[in-house]
Design a protein around this ligand. Structure first.
Ligand code: PMP
Length: 355
């Protein structure tokens, strides 16, 4: 009998699954979530819209009301908005629709789901390293994007995990000189306020991805959305799962957008906390911390990153260990509530002092 592995593409056998370790009871600063409690009054409103039918009927497959709310929020026509079960789902859809059988140029280091979904979809990820300061070199991207077989380019601004943004002129230069689909991931848009929405009308191959998992604190309900021109939007509809965004999530997101000022205040607080944490970490010995426009900070340690990670874990704080070839000795910490940030900083100082 043939083994199951013989039935599987070799790229899939080699693929490392996206693994997120779970450590209950920790101060959780590992996943760039929003650590504030979901606001009670918004929760009450969401629950009041949930009737028995919400559970018994399929959700609105076109998520019309939600897309109308998103249209008011983004200023983009509702027919150019597609929703997904987290932006993760949309990344896979994009790969299936546009990249399968071709190559995807990914400006690394960045969010690793791009590489994983490229492989799953039968595309070949091609890593294009960012410069030493993590900025994107538009000429290098254009050169890579015009090589044979390249169907997609992936940019992320602010970039996870480096925290820096890509200026609009750089994105536009790339768009001007490539016919590949250009995916610009704006998952952390709300923390920096910079967007390429203004380029959507001019460049039909531009795709923006956003999420409710960060600024809006809905990571557990899984909602992402895509802003793109009519052609890309039409193609994505062919590969999408029907009913991909459940009824509960659709209602919650509509309410959240009605409470936008409340979430904006929290985002401003997180940005203030980020800048305070950055200032405090700069004084810690044996550590380099990188400036960030998002809700997390990347840092590099002279001590082995694994030792720093374990030392923090023993002291009740969970961060993300990134120690990998394109980010040696690096870790990433999410900006939590002020009291969590203080505890993190004190315990990090302790780890660096005592190991
Ligand atoms: N893009 C980036 C850049 C991210 O950092 C993340 C989450 N870590 C995602 C997309 C996925 O977001 P979602 O929860 O919407 O799937």
């Amino acid at each position: 009998m043939r083994s199951i592995n013989e039935l599987v593409r070799s790229e899939l056998l080699d693929l490392q699954p996206y693994h997120v370790p779970v450590y209950p009871g920790m101060i959780k600063l590992d996943a760039n979530e929003n650590n504030y409690d979901f606001p009670e009054q918004v929760l009450e409103e969401v629950l009041s819209t949930i009737g028995g039918q919400t559970f018994g009927r399929y959700p609105d497959p076109s998520a019309l009301q939600l897309r109308e709310s998103l249209s008011r929020y983004t200023g983009v026509d509702r027919n150019r908005i597609t929703v997904g079960n987290g932006s993760d789902e949309l990344i896979l859809d994009l790969m299936l629709a546009f990249a399968a059988g071709g190559k995807v140029v990914i400006c690394t280091p960045t969010f690793t789901m791009y590489e994983i979904h490229a492989v799953i979809a039968g595309a070949e990820p091609v890593a294009l390293p960012r410069k030493a300061d993590f900025s994107v070199d538009p000429d290098a991207v254009i050169e890579a994007a015009t090589r044979p077989g390249v169907k997609m380019v992936v940019l992320c601004s602010p970039n996870n995990p480096t925290g820096n943004t890509t200026p609009l002129e750089v994105t536009e230069k790339i768009l001007k000189h490539t016919r590949a689909v250009v995916v610009l991931d704006e998952a952390y848009y709300e923390f920096c306020g910079e967007t390429a929405v203004s380029l959507l009308d001019k460049y039909p191959q531009l795709v923006l991805l956003r999420t409710f998992s960060k600024a809006f604190g809905l990571a557990g309900l899984r909602l992402g959305y895509m802003l793109a021109g009519p052609e890309v939007t039409g193609i994505i509809q062919r590969v999408q799962q029907p009913f991909n965004v459940n009824a509960f999530t659709q209602q919650a997101a509509i309410r959240v957008l009605e409470w936008q000022p409340l979430f904006e205040r929290r985002v401003r607080q997180i940005c203030r906390s980020r800048d305070e944490l950055f200032a405090a970490m700069r004084y810690l010995p044996g550590l380099t911390v990188y400036p960030s426009r998002a809700n997390f900070l990347l840092f590099r340690t002279e001590m082995r990153a694994q030792q720093v990670f374990s030392g923090l874990l023993q002291r009740g704080v969970l961060v993300r260990l990134l120690d990998r070839p394109d980010l040696p000795s690096c870790l990433r910490v999410s900006v939590g509530r002020p009291e969590e940030n203080l505890i993190f900083c004190n315990r990090l100082a302790d780890v660096l002092r005592t190991g």
